[in-house]
Each structure stands twice: as structure tokens, then as C-alpha cells.
Design a binder for this molecule. Structure first.
Ligand code: SIN
Ligand code: FE2
Length: 217
């Protein structure tokens, strides 16, 4: 069955099922996108985007920051969630109310009720940057889904299986699209192909991705 066959209208919105537990909600965040971008700008005044270093000593090409009770950080000691921003020595900025509402509503539309994220990892992709295939597995809460919001220039999202070598499909993601994966899909491999050069009125030459997670059990 092709992706197209699985597309269904859910409360008037286009909802694509990728597999059991994973959905794309087309345009779900479109109307709120200007407010989301403003909130990202406010967060990054307090916690600027930075290029983290992998445990292997490589500089990541995607710039990152966080808001919420914790933030995802990477350095020579490894990957972890930390309540303090190592860049400023301060707690991460609070999660804006609009972030929490949208993440919760998107999760509910995918069948995950009562999702209360405690972290939003904010990724900023420049043209040419990519995210290699990985699983999101640093969160202590293994039940809560991941909610991912795309803003700005488009990307091709790679959706794989539970093993790194499993085949993957390519899913184009546009400004305002939301992807949710949880339950049996929670530990599926995923990544992002190199971003093509484009310009968006709200984000300029960037793609911004917000991923909402629940770290604390
Ligand atoms: C991620 O896997 O953390 C981000 C995915 C994306 O940028 O779409
Ligand atoms: Fe991820």
C-alpha cells in the first residue's frame, strides 16, 4: 500500500499514517507558525543556537538549543539531558505556552492523550546540513511519543525501522507539518537528508525543527 492510500482526513485535517504509532499531520502547525517562530527567537536570546560536539569530537552541522526543564546536550562525555545550559550556566528557558499546547494537541490527534513534554529540542538547519539516521533513546520516559514540528524551508525526512540497516522511506516535510511517533514506533530510526537551498519568509535560509520529548518518568 502506498503512503497515499493511507492518507485520511482526521477532523478535517490530512493525517498520514507511516506505520503503527507514527503519523504525519499536514499543516497542523501552519496557523501558529508565526507565533512559534517568534517564541523560538525569544528562547534563543536566552539560550543561543550552538554547534554541539559529538562524543567522537566532531562538530555537529545542525545548530541546536533547548527550552523546558531539561535540554539535550552532547560533548566529549556523551549525550545526555541536563537541567542547566552548559553554554550559559543557567537553567534552560521555560517552554512557551504555545509550544506545550500545540505539542499536546498534535499528540492527541495521533492518539497519544495527555502528552506533557518537559523538553523541546530546537534544531536549526542551514542549506546543505543533514541529520544522520538515529533513534531518540536518551529519554527516561519510554512511553511518551516524540512530536516534531517543521518550520521554514522544506526537508526530506527519512523514516526507517527498528534496526539501523532496515529500509527507509522518504517523506517530504513542509512548513507547518507535524510528525508524531510513539508506542511501537517510538524507537524507529529516522534522519533528515541534506537541506536544499531555499528561502522562507519566516525563517530565511533555515529550516527550524522543534522536537518535543518527555524525559522525566
Ligand atoms: C530529530 O530527529 O531530532 C529531528 C528531526 C527533524 O529535524 O525533522
Ligand atoms: Fe531524532
Amino acid at each position: 500500500m502506498s503512503l497515499f492510500d493511507e492518507t485520511a482526513l482526521f477532523h478535517g485535517q490530512q493525517r498520514q499514517q507511516l506505520c503503527l504509532g507514527a503519523f504525519v499531520l499536514r499543516g497542523f502547525a501552519f496557523a501558529d507558525a508565526p507565533a512559534l517562530c517568534e517564541a523560538v527567537n525569544r528562547v534563543t536570546v536566552q539560550a543561543p543556537f550552538r554547534y554541539m560536539v559529538t562524543p567522537g569530537g566532531f562538530c555537529m552541522s545542525v545548530a541546536m538549543t533547548n527550552c523546558g526543564n531539561y535540554g539535550w546536550v552532547s560533548d566529549s562525555a556523551g549525550y545526555r539531558y541536563d537541567s542547566v545550559d552548559p553554554h550559559t550556566g543557567q537553567p534552560w528557558p521555560a517552554m512557551p505556552g504555545i509550544f506545550i499546547d500545540l505539542a499536546q494537541n498534535a499528540a492527541a490527534a495521533a492518539g497519544f492523550e495527555k502528552f506533557v513534554p518537559d523538553v523541546c529540542l530546537i534544531n536549526r538547519y542551514d542549506p546543505g546540513t543533514r541529520l544522520s539516521m538515529h533513534q531518540d533513546k536518551d529519554e527516561h520516559d519510554r512511553e511518551a511519543p516524540i512530536v516534531s514540528i517543521s518550520l521554514g524551508i522544506p526537508a526530506v525526512f527519512l523514516w526507517g525501522g527498528l534496526q539501523r540497516q532496515d529500509k527507509h522511506i522518504r517523506i517530504p516535510l513542509f512548513h507547518g507539518d507535524v510528525v508524531i511517533w510513539g508506542g511501537p514506533a517510538r524507537f524507529r530510526y529516522h534522519g533528515v537528508l541534506p537541506i536544499k537551498e531555499e528561502c522562507h519568509t519566516l525563517t530565511g535560509k533555515h529550516r527550524i525543527n522543534l522536537t518535543f520529548r518527555k524525559v522525566e518518568k
